[in-house]
Design a protein around this ligand. Structure first.
Ligand code: ADP
Length: 497
């Protein structure tokens, strides 16, 4: 099954509707993090290939913008339907190249697919407005146009959903795109783009340039005046550098960057719900999500009980290749990720944290780290400020609501927060005071295609999904014109009203 699937994955660049090799013939290897084995070799775009992809997107730009919204919507809907039929291929491929357990990969096909369906529905609802100015002397017509060719850079941790979350709204809005998938997990994007070709997305509308040299390919594209939009999901340092490059041509930008999500458990929380939420918020994707809960702040009266229940559940988690039945914790993406988790745990323990379970890498093959629960994490520990991106759950305690909120906000990030309380008024106070783009109130999962995903502070700008998602790819313009009645009154019939 695996071999059969891999033999069907396109491994080239997709430019102007055709699969092709890199112009210098170079390739790079994609690995299975559960075994370290090479899955396939993929063409590695050069800077010139990247510009050829932009040429194609630019050539297709006008026709695609003029394609009736209903037609664009139907293509996205057809892609949604075909993705459901091919669900097993996409799920297995994600597990192979990224490592997530197969059940979660299936969940990502559902989640990622929803962006196609949602934006198919949004494509036909790009509105505008017509209004009278306050003086009554004129009319203002507000309309929206596609911003133009967009460059989409995606991360490795959600290989399908991060691609559909950008491609679907761009296409719905009438923009053509160049996609640069993460070099660690490009295969799902390649398979998905072939599906878009199959349902009939016109040549040049979607182009894909996998590469082992993201910087070399991206810089000339960002430097080219034909590009009008950059959408990036990845780390804050890379995002910062891309924002600086994007400033040269004053590009529209959407930036989904890092997070340091607090997970607050108040004394009045339903602890069963809080434990279930904690497991979802921490261990989904083996902790490798920008929405992963990073800091557990638990009221001192319930902290021991919360940690005991959680530890029992974490000890029962099966670790192994994501393709095996019942596995809850897959491999981390690479050696660096394992080393980082281990460094953060070691630092926390040296500063006084207690290891309740886990706390160590697991010998290979593959890059595994044992699911870990730490309690008594002390202020000043790096684990409270760095993004862990691994299956390590770090618990500290608080005494008052003010302390919890102050500590939750004490970070340069502001992507997501989680809070468990049975008191609706407390929940509402949190909603008002937490500095975050998203709040999971009594839930450990916030992502939904219909909701405007995104962060505040250094977690980024712009929103993906929801009604907001399509506006990231639309320009707003207005036309001002005189009051038609008053104008006529000065020349012919007097006051026509
Ligand atoms: P991570 O550390 O999680 O891999 P990155 O921010 O490094 O996150 O990567 C996210 C995406 O950004 C990937 O597609 C990667 O190839 C791309 N990327 C990394 N560095 C650059 C760069 N200098 N220019 C453009 N894209 C980059």
């Amino acid at each position: 099954m695996t071999h059969d699937l891999l033999s069907r994955i396109p491994t080239g660049l997709f430019i102007d509707g055709t699969w092709q090799d890199a112009s210098d013939g170079s390739t790079f290897a994609v690995h299975d993090p559960a075994t370290g084995d090479v899955l396939v070799e993929v063409s590695s775009a050069t800077a010139a290939d990247g510009l050829r992809a932009l040429d194609a997107a630019d050539r297709a730009r006008a026709d695609w913008a003029a394609t009736p919204p209903r037609q664009r919507a139907e293509l996205l809907r057809a892609a949604f339907d075909l993705l459901q039929e091919r669900r097993d291929d996409f799920a297995l491929l994600m597990t192979l190249e990224m490592g997530k357990p197969l059940a979660e990969a299936n969940g990502e096909v559902t989640y990622g697919g929803e962006f196609l369906r949602w934006f198919a529905e949004e494509a036909v609802r790009i509105g505008g407005s017509y209004g009278t100015n306050p003086e009554g002397s004129g009319r203002t017509i507000v309309s929206h146009k596609p911003v133009g060719p967009a460059y989409l850079i995606t991360p490795w941790n959600f290989p399908l959903a991060m691609a559909t979350r950008k491609i679907a709204p761009a296409l719905a809005a009438g923009c053509t795109v160049v996609v640069k998938p993460a070099e660690l997990t490009p295969l799902t994007t390649l398979l998905f783009v072939d599906l878009l070709r199959e349902v009939g997305v016109p040549d040049g509308v979607v182009n894909v340039v996998p590469t082992s040299d993201a910087k070399a390919v991206s810089a000339p594209i960002l430097d080219d005046r034909r590009l009008r939009k950059l959408s990036f999901t990845g780390s804050t340092p890379v995002g910062r550098s891309l924002l600086a490059q994007a400033s040269e041509n004053v590009l529209r930008t959407s930036m989904e960057l890092g997070g340091n999500a607090p997970f607050l458990v108040f004394a009045d929380a339903d602890l069963d719900e809080a434990v279930a939420g904690a497991l979802a918020a921490k261990f989904r994707n083996t902790g490798q999500a920008c929405t992963a809960a990073n800091r557990f702040l638990v009221h001192e009266d319930v902290a021991a009980e919360f940690a005991d229940r959680l530890t029992a559940r974490v000890e029962a988690m099966r670790v192994g290749p994501g393709t095996e039945d019942g596995v809850a914790i897959g491999p981390l993406i690479d050696d660096r990720a394992v080393a980082k988790a281990d460094r953060l745990v070691t630092d926390a323990v040296e500063r006084g944290a207690v290891v309740r379970t886990g706390g160590h890498p697991i010998d290979g093959p593959g890059t595994f780290y044992a699911p870990t629960v730490l309690t008594d994490v002390q202020p000043g520990s790096a684990i409270l400020t760095d993004e862990i991106f691994g299956p390590v759950l770090a618990i500290a305690t608080f005494a008052t609501d003010d302390e919890a909120i102050t500590r939750a906000n004490d970070t340069e990030y502001g992507l997501v927060a989680y809070a468990f309380t049975e008191d609706p008024a407390r929940g509402q106070r949190l909603m008002e005071r937490l500095e975050t783009g998203m709040l999971g109130l009594n839930t450990g999962v916030v992502s939904n295609a219909s909701a405007p995903f995104g962060g505040v502070k250094q977690s980024g700008m712009g929103r993906e999904g929801g009604a907001e998602g399509i506006s990231e790819y639309l320009e707003t313009m207005y036309t001002l014109t005189p009051d038609p009645f008053r104008k006529r009154s000065t020349t012919t019939t007097g006051d026509a009203r």
